[in-house]
Each structure stands twice: as structure tokens, then as C-alpha cells.
Ligand binder design. Structure first.
Ligand code: SAM
Length: 423
């Protein structure tokens, strides 16, 4: 029965601590529950979020049973992309393989912890569906293409407006005096919902839902400096960055536009950081080229130090990994690099209330559609310096979160009301 602290915290908040001690932190999360906590009248639709659900393949599954999930790492199946014994690895591949072998024991430990959590495993299948609605898989047909619209000459003329006049209001945050309005320029404008409730707005015949206390700036990278706070002590305590790394699969499937590495050097991460310290969390793909770039150029350029590596392990609804652990180009995990700006050089556990992340901490979830990353605030909350609740920013965002500022060329994308259902 779902009675212990972990199960109730999972049901209410979407986070389940599989292991949390001095050596390891391994959590399972349900992004739908985590994101939904920023709304009172709506919740994120699980069927839409997980619209490309990772069901076990027939061969591997035990007739839908969650009790005996397959542990992919030990399979004897032919491995499509694993390094064959005859293939001579080049230097980068060798380095990538070495990193993988170092991470593997931790990832397998995390996976075993999930497989041991019987109640959680048995609830995964129902987690990806909504009880009352069956959403048709409409793909992205209904969505506004913000990237394309933002590039039009008339982009400065596009406005969003309140769908229910008088119900709520929104404001331009850039000025000192909030201005009540019913329509507002949508691109290159800092827009916030300062209310304790979500707000419905309309743009180009679609409805969008802004979570409570959220803020967004929809622009190209060229205009990101507008987000730099005027006073350095108004900076962000948590800076999450999910760059559009150049990557064969993203460009082939055209999931989103990508940028060459040098563009990321110009991100004003250091100027966005809070003077009392910021935790920087950077998603990076498993390509060795990017890891080297981050370690040697990007983090030094941003002033990020005290670096640790965490992992996002991706599982199917029966708890098995989404791909073989050793598949070279399709690992079942991604890396989240953590570091600090303006951090304390010497960390003294006896005086500091702050916990520091350890190498190899793992967040596990069933991946959503469109390569969405899971929300990581709860996973990282112990490690964020400064005030509570922290001031958080999501760079290259495609969604908004309560209490966060989101920036990118399409941060309203997953706020379309068709991705939500009424509570
Ligand atoms: N974190 C997001 C999520 O979980 O849904 C995914 C971010 S995705 C890796 C990168 C994002 O950067 C895409 O939305 C893409 O459109 C955006 N992007 C690409 N080039 C950009 C540019 N020049 N300026 C602003 N955003 C850009």
C-alpha cells in the first residue's frame, strides 16, 4: 500500500528518493506531477507529455508485468551501435568509452534501486496516462511555430492578450512601474505573471497557460543580454542551460535548430549569476567533443568551478532501460554537469548549511516526447546557494515553470492549453 513518506511524496510532488545518503543520491521523478504543481486550475496532461511513451517491446516484456522488467545491460541481443570488437577506436571514442565505463557502475546501481522499488514500478504504467481523457496524438500540428514567427519582419507587431478580460493581469517586468494591459508585445519582451495563480493568454488563435509567478523572454540569442539584472545582487541562484548542441540526430529529425559551440561562449552566464553564488546546471550530450569543449573552454569562460557530473537515466514503463547500456551512440542516459559561480572556495560542512553535489548522482524518469528534459529543481534544491525560494532561470527553455524565468526562442511552446487538462 502507498503509505510511506516516499510514496506520498511521489503521489503529491512527483519525486521518489530511491537512495539519499552521504554517498549517493538517486531519485525517480514524474515530470508531469512536478510541472503540475505550479498550477491550481489545470494540470499537465500526462498523455500529451508522454505522447511517445516508452513501452517495453513485446520480446522483452513479461506480458505487461511490471514485476520482472528486463535489465538491458546483460542482454545477449546483437548491439546495433555498440563498439564491435574489431572496430578500432579513435582517441575521442576511447575517451568517451572510458567515461562510460566509469559511469556505468553508478548507473547500474541506480537502475537496481529502481527495480527494487516495487510500488513505484507498479505505478509507472498508469503514470503516463490521464485517467479521464484520451488525447489523440495530434503531433505538433496545432502549435504556433514561434521560431519562424520570431524571425518575420513583423515579429515586433505580434502580441499576446488576456483571454478572459478582468480575470487577471500581466505586466512588463522591465519597467519599474507595472503597467496593466490587455495585450502586449510577445517577442523580445520580458513578460511575467506575478499572480499566485496561473493565467490564460491568447496568441494567434491558441490559448497559453502561464504558471503562477513565472516570467519569460522569447528572443533569439542576440537579445539575451536584456535579462542581465541591473543590480548584481538580483541575479539567479540556479541557472539551468540546455543548449541546442549540434548533433546528427537533432538536425536529421529537425527537432529544433542547433548552434555551433562558439555561440555558447557568448551566453552571459556569469552576469546572470547571483553575487551570493549560483549553481549552474548544464545538459551536455554524450559526445566527447562537447565534454572537452565544456571542460576546457565553456566553464572557464563562464567562470564555473567545483564541477561534478550527474546523470539522467531513461527508463520504459516496465522499469527497463530505454536502450542497451553499452550502445555507443544511443546511451540510455544523458549527463548533467553541475558547477558554481561566485561559490565559496573552501567548503566547510560544519559551518555551511549548503550540501554539495557528489559525482554520479542520478535522476531517473520515463522520457517525455520531443526530447524534453525533466524538471530538476527538487533534485538540486539542497545544492542551491542563497535565498529560499531561489531565483531560477532556464536558458533555451521550451516551457515555463512557477517561480522561474524562462528564455529561448520558443519558451511558450509547451504552454499551449492543449498540453493541459482541467483539474
Ligand atoms: N530544455 C528544453 C526542453 O527540455 O524542452 C529543450 C531545449 S532544446 C535542447 C534547445 C532550444 O534552443 C530549442 O528550443 C531551440 O529552438 C532553441 N534555440 C536554438 N537556437 C536558438 C537561438 N539562436 N536563440 C534562442 N534559442 C535557440
Amino acid at each position: 500500500a502507498a503509505t510511506d513518506v516516499n510514496t506520498s511524496s511521489f503521489i503529491n510532488e512527483g519525486i521518489y528518493n530511491l537512495i539519499d545518503n552521504d554517498d549517493f543520491k538517486i531519485v525517480f521523478v514524474d515530470p508531469v506531477r512536478l510541472l503540475s504543481s505550479s498550477y491550481s486550475r489545470f494540470r499537465v496532461s500526462a498523455s500529451s507529455y508522454y505522447s511517445r511513451p516508452f513501452h517495453p517491446s513485446r520480446k522483452n516484456s513479461t506480458a505487461g508485468s511490471a514485476k520482472q522488467p528486463c535489465v538491458s545491460s546483460g542482454s545477449k541481443k546483437r548491439k546495433r551501435n555498440s563498439i564491435s570488437k574489431t572496430h578500432e577506436l579513435n582517441e575521442r571514442e576511447k575517451a568517451a568509452e572510458k567515461r562510460h565505463q566509469q559511469a556505468k557502475p553508478l548507473l547500474l546501481k541506480a537502475h537496481s534501486a529502481l527495480l527494487g522499488a516495487t510500488w513505484l514500478l507498479s505505478s509507472l504504467d498508469s503514470m503516463i496516462k490521464d485517467e479521464d481523457v484520451l488525447e489523440p496524438d495530434e503531433g505538433a500540428a496545432f502549435e504556433n511555430d514561434f521560431i519562424q514567427l520570431g524571425n518575420l519582419w513583423k515579429a515586433p507587431l505580434f502580441e499576446i492578450s488576456l483571454s478572459h478580460e478582468g480575470q487577471s493581469w500581466f505586466q512588463e517586468s522591465s519597467g519599474t512601474c507595472p503597467v496593466e494591459r490587455t495585450s502586449i508585445q510577445v517577442f523580445n519582451n520580458i513578460i511575467s505573471n506575478d499572480l499566485d495563480n496561473e493565467m490564460e493568454v491568447e496568441f494567434s488563435s491558441n490559448q497559453y497557460i502561464l504558471p503562477r509567478k513565472s516570467c519569460f523572454f522569447m528572443s533569439d540569442l542576440r537579445w539575451i543580454n536584456s535579462l542581465i539584472p541591473v543590480h548584481s545582487d538580483h541575479g539567479f541562484n540556479l541557472i539551468v542551460i540546455d543548449p541546442p548542441w549540434e548533433n546528427a540526430s537533432a538536425s536529421q529529425k529537425a527537432i529544433y535548430s542547433t548552434l555551433p559551440n562558439r555561440y555558447f561562449l557568448s551566453l552571459p552566464v556569469n552576469q546572470l549569476a547571483h553575487t551570493e553564488g549560483s549553481l549552474v546546471a548544464l545538459w551536455v550530450t554524450n559526445r566527447e567533443k562537447f565534454r572537452i569543449f565544456v571542460e576546457k573552454e565553456l566553464f572557464p569562460a563562464w567562470g564555473v568551478t567545483q564541477i561534478t557530473s550527474c546523470y539522467w537515466l531513461k527508463v520504459k514503463t516496465d522499469g527497463s532501460l530505454i536502450s542497451e547500456m553499452d550502445l555507443f551512440h544511443h546511451r540510455p542516459y544523458e549527463c548533467l554537469l553541475l558547477g558554481y559561480i561566485n561559490g565559496k572556495d573552501e567548503y566547510d560542512a560544519s559551518t555551511s548549511p549548503l550540501r554539495y553535489p557528489k559525482n554520479g548522482e542520478v535522476i531517473i524518469s520515463i522520457p517525455g516526447a520531443y526530447s524534453r528534459k525533466p524538471p530538476i529543481l527538487k533534485f538540486l534544491s539542497d545544492y542551491i546557494p542563497g535565498k529560499k525560494p531561489p531565483n531560477c532561470i532556464d536558458l533555451f527553455a521550451r516551457e515555463l515553470q512557477g517561480g522561474w524565468t524562462s528564455w529561448g526562442n520558443e519558451p511558450l511552446r509547451f504552454q499551449d492549453s492543449r498540453y493541459f487538462i482541467n483539474r
